[in-house]
Design a protein around this ligand. Structure first.
Ligand code: TEU
Length: 557
C-alpha cells in the first residue's frame, strides 16, 4: 500500500457553533478555535475537520451554503479563517473544511437567479420541472428531512424544484458541466489557500436516478425513502473521479467522503489506491437497529451487533484502503450513550468503547467532546430541540399515534442535538463555552463531565485518549498501529470484543463489553502492556482476567 502523509495521524471534528465562543454572542466561532489550537496540539490530533463556517442562513446549521467564498459573520471573517489555517499549520495541524456540494442554500445567488429566470442558464443549475396544480409530481421520493423532495419554485405556481434534504437546500444539477466547473473552481480556490483538504458532504446523492420515477411507497404518506433511488443510480464515481482529477489529486489534498450505502465492489473506486477520496467514514454501525418507519421505531445496537458490523467493515477495507473510524459525529447521538448499555456511564466503559474503535485499522476520527466522554443531553420539552431532522422524526412519531411525551422520549436517543450541545471546558458557568447565553443549552451534566476536571488526572477519559494518540505516533508501534491487519480474536465470545493487529509486531486489543468480570485465554505470552483502562492487570496460566469494561492493548511476545 502506497504511504500517504495523513495515514498515521489522528483526526478530530469540530462543530464550530458549539466549540468555543470568543466574543460572548453565545455562538462558537473561528477565533474560538484559534484560541484552542494549543489544546488540540496537547491532545495530539493533526487533522481538524471544521463543520461548515461558510455564509449561510443556518437552516441546517451551515449545511445550506449561500456563498462558498465567504465566512458567515457569526463565525468570523475570511482573515480569521486564513489565520486559523496558518497558525494550525505552524503547529503541524491540517485544517479540513466541509464541502457541501450536493446542494446549496435557496439563498445562494445561483438559486435566486434560477427563480428569477427558470428558463435561463441558472435554471439548469438545479432540477426544475414544469408542474401544474393537481398534477402528479415527477417522483414520490421522500426527502431526508420529511415530505416530498419537490416544492414549488419560489415566485412560481407552475414550476417545482428538487431537494433531497430540506426545502432550503435545493440540489445542484451535477449533470450540467457548468455546475461542476464552478464547484471545482471553488474547491481549488480553497486548496490554494493551504487548506489540508475536505470532508465531502452527502456526496452519494449527487447522482440522481433519471428520469425521475416512482418507487413503491414505504409509509402511509405514499412516499418512498430516497435511498431506493441511490441503490439504482449508476455513475456517481465518474463525477467523483473527475472532481478528484480536477481538484484533490493535483494538491495532494486529504479528502474524506460522507458515503452511505456503497456497494462492496465500489470500494476500490472510492478509497483504493487511485480512488476518488483518501478515505470515507465507516457508517455501518450507524444503521444497526434502524427501522424504516422512523427513529421512534428504531432500536439501539447491542454489543454483538456493534462488533459484527465493525469486523465486517474491517474485512471489507482490508487490502483496499483506509476507512475513517468513528463512534459519533454531529449527526449522531453520543457514542457512549448509543453503544454502551443504557445508563452505563463509567469512565472505564467510555474508555473501552473509545479504545476499541481507535485501535482499528484506518484513520481514527474523534468528535469534539468525545475525548472527555460527553454524553447525550436531556430534552425537557420539544422546545429544547433545534435540529430539523429531530423535529421531523418527532412529527413522524406523533403521526404514528404516540403521545407528545412518548414521541419526545422515543426520538431523544437518536437526536442530532445530542452531539451539538456546547463543549464542556470546565465546571464554570455555561461549561466555560461562552460568557454570554449559549445558542443551545449546555448538557446539565457539565459539572461532572468537563475538561478542566480531567486534564492532568491520569485516570481520566481525556488522558486515556491522549495515551491512545501517543501510541499511534510512537516510533516503536506506529507501523503496526497504522498499517497492521485486523484479525478478530474469539469473535463468537459474547460481549467480548477482541482483535489482533498484525504488522511488524503483534498486538492484541481486547475489551470486556459487559459489567461482569470474565476470563479471556491468551494466544501467547504477553510481551508488553501498552494500554490498560484500569489500574490492574491480572494474568495467570495463559489467561487474563478482565474486570467489567476492562480494555487492554497488549503486545504479544
Ligand atoms: O448528512 C447526510 C445524511 O444523509 C445524514 O447524515 C442525515 O443528515 C441524517 O441521517 C439525518 O438525521 C450530511 C450532514 O452531515 C448533515 O449534517 C446535513 O444535514 C446533511 O448532509 C445535509 O447537508
Amino acid at each position: 500500500m502506497q504511504r500517504k502523509w495523513w495515514h498515521g495521524k489522528t483526526a478530530y471534528q469540530i462543530y464550530p457553533k458549539s466549540f468555543c465562543d470568543s466574543d460572548g454572542d453565545g455562538i462558537g466561532d473561528i477565533r474560538g478555535v484559534i484560541g484552542k489550537l494549543p489544546y488540540l496540539r496537547e491532545l495530539g490530533v493533526e487533522i481538524v475537520w471544521l463543520s461548515p463556517v461558510y455564509r449561510s442562513p443556518l437552516a441546517d446549521q451551515g449545511y445550506d451554503i449561500s456563498d462558498y467564498y465567504s465566512i458567515d459573520p457569526r463565525f468570523g471573517t475570511m482573515e480569521d479563517m486564513d489565520e486559523l489555517i496558518a497558525r494550525a499549520g505552524e503547529m503541524g495541524i491540517s485544517i479540513v473544511m466541509d464541502l457541501v456540494i450536493n446542494h446549496c442554500s435557496d439563498e445562494h445567488e445561483w438559486f435566486r437567479k434560477a427563480c428569477a429566470d427558470p428558463d435561463g442558464p441558472y435554471g439548469e443549475y438545479f432540477y426544475i420541472r414544469e408542474w401544474h396544480e393537481g398534477e402528479k409530481l415527477p417522483c414520490n421520493w421522500r426527502s431526508y428531512f420529511g415530505g416530498s423532495v419537490w416544492d414549488l419554485l419560489p415566485g412560481h405556481t407552475d414550476r417545482i424544484y428538487f431537494h433531497a434534504f430540506h426545502k432550503k437546500q435545493p440540489d445542484l444539477n451535477w449533470e450540467n458541466p457548468e455546475v461542476r466547473a464552478e464547484l471545482y473552481k471553488m474547491i481549488n480556490w480553497w486548496l490554494d489557500k493551504g487548506l489540508g483538504g475536505f470532508r465531502i458532504d452527502a456526496i452519494i446523492n449527487i447522482k440522481k436516478f433519471l428520469p425521475f420515477r416512482d418507487f413503491p411507497a414505504d409509509r402511509e404518506d405514499g412516499l418512498c425513502s430516497i435511498r431506493r433511488m441511490l441503490e439504482k443510480a449508476q455513475g456517481v464515481y465518474l463525477f467523483l473521479d473527475e472532481m478528484a482529477r480536477e481538484t484533490f489529486r493535483p494538491h495532494d489534498a486529504f479528502s474524506v467522503g460522507e458515503v452511505f450505502d456503497e456497494k462492496e465492489e465500489d470500494l476500490p473506486f472510492i478509497i483504493g489506491e487511485n480512488g476518488c477520496f483518501s478515505t470515507m467514514f465507516d457508517f455501518s454501525e450507524k444503521h444497526i437497529g434502524a427501522d424504516p418507519r422512523g427513529w421512534y421505531a428504531s432500536a439501539l445496537p447491542t454489543p454483538e451487533e456493534y462488533k459484527a458490523a465493525v469486523f465486517a467493515a474491517q474485512r471489507r477495507c482490508a487490502g483496499v484502503g483506509f476507512f475513517s473510524n468513528i463512534i459519533e459525529n454531529h449527526d449522531e447521538p453520543r457514542g457512549v450513550s448509543h453503544y454502551l448499555p443504557a445508563g452505563e456511564r463509567s469512565d472505564a466503559a467510555k474508555k473501552m468503547l473509545g479504545g476499541l474503535n481507535f485501535m482499528l485499522r484506518g484513520l481514527p476520527f474523534l468528535y469534539q467532546g468525545q475525548e472527555i466522554g460527553m454524553e447525550n443531553t436531556v430534552f425537557d420539552s420539544i422546545g429544547d430541540v433545534d435540529d430539523i431532522s429531530t423535529l421531523d422524526e418527532y412529527r413522524v412519531a406523533l403521526d404514528a399515534g404516540l403521545t407528545e411525551e412518548q414521541a419526545l422520549a422515543a426520538v431523544a436517543p437518536f437526536s442530532r442535538d445530542n452531539a451539538r450541545t456546547p463543549f464542556q471546558w470546565s465546571a464554570e458557568a455555561n461549561a466555560g463555552f461562552t460568557a454570554g447565553t449559549p445558542w443551545m443549552k449546555v448538557n446539565p451534566n457539565y459539572p461532572r463531565v468537563n475538561l478542566a476536571d480531567q486534564r492532568g488526572r491520569p485516570d481520566s477519559v481525556y488522558e486515556f485518549y491522549r495515551s491512545l494518540i501517543a501510541l499511534r505516533k510512537s516510533p516503536d508501534y506506529a507501523e503496526t498501529v497504522v498499517y497492521g491487519e485486523t484479525e478478530p480474536y474469539l469473535p463468537e465470545e459474547k460481549d467480548l470484543m477482541a482483535y489482533f493487529r498484525r504488522g511488524d509486531r503483534t498486538l492484541l486489543v481486547a475489551g470486556n463489553f459487559r459489567a461482569e468480570e470474565r476470563t479471556m485465554p491468551l494466544p501467547g505470552e504477553i510481551g508488553a502492556l501498552l494500554i490498560n483502562n484500569l489500574p490492574e492487570l491480572s494474568a495467570a496460566d495463559g489467561a487474563v482476567r478482565l474486570a467489567p469494561w476492562q480494555f487492554l492493548v497488549l503486545e504479544l511476545a
